[in-house]
Design a protein around this ligand. Structure first.
Ligand SMILES: [Zn+2]
Length: 128
């Protein structure tokens, strides 16, 4: 990957990181909102649950974005963290923070389903 391409990805990732940090900061305020009305409480509980799910997804995304920025710094960006093949440019263009190539990602997703939501694949690859 050329320096120009890396800088382009770095700019995209830094922008995404700033976006997510803003969203996550604002989410905190929504999540603790309280209402005296019982019906509102039900409504708010549903909203809170949704907010927490989104929060979870966005925190994960932020973690991936930060990890990708670190990989730009240590020159391992664009290389699959599992099999060490190059991640296809098309995939990186769509998901610049992707830590795995498409086949490893599919394997990770399958493992996650199999192990009932447990992040076993990630534990295994991080231990390696
Ligand atoms: Zn791979």
């Amino acid at each position: 990957m050329t320096k120009t391409e890396l800088n382009k990805f770095k700019a995209i990732l830094e922008k995404k990181q700033a976006e997510l940090e803003t969203v996550l900061r604002n989410r905190d305020a929504i999540a603790i909102e309280k209402s005296p009305d019982a019906l509102d409480e039900v409504q708010h509980a549903a909203e809170r649950e949704l907010a927490i799910r989104n929060l979870d997804r966005e925190s994960n995304l932020l973690r991936n974005v930060r990890a990708a920025l670190r990989r730009i710094e240590d020159a391992s960006f664009g290389v699959c963290m599992h099999c060490e093949d190059d991640i296809s440019p098309k995939r990186l263009a769509a998901v610049p923070w992707a830590p795995y190539c498409i086949s490893c990602q599919e394997m990770a997703d399958r493992n996650r389903e199999q192990f009932n939501g447990q992040d076993l694949f990630e534990e295994l690859t991080h231990a390696a």
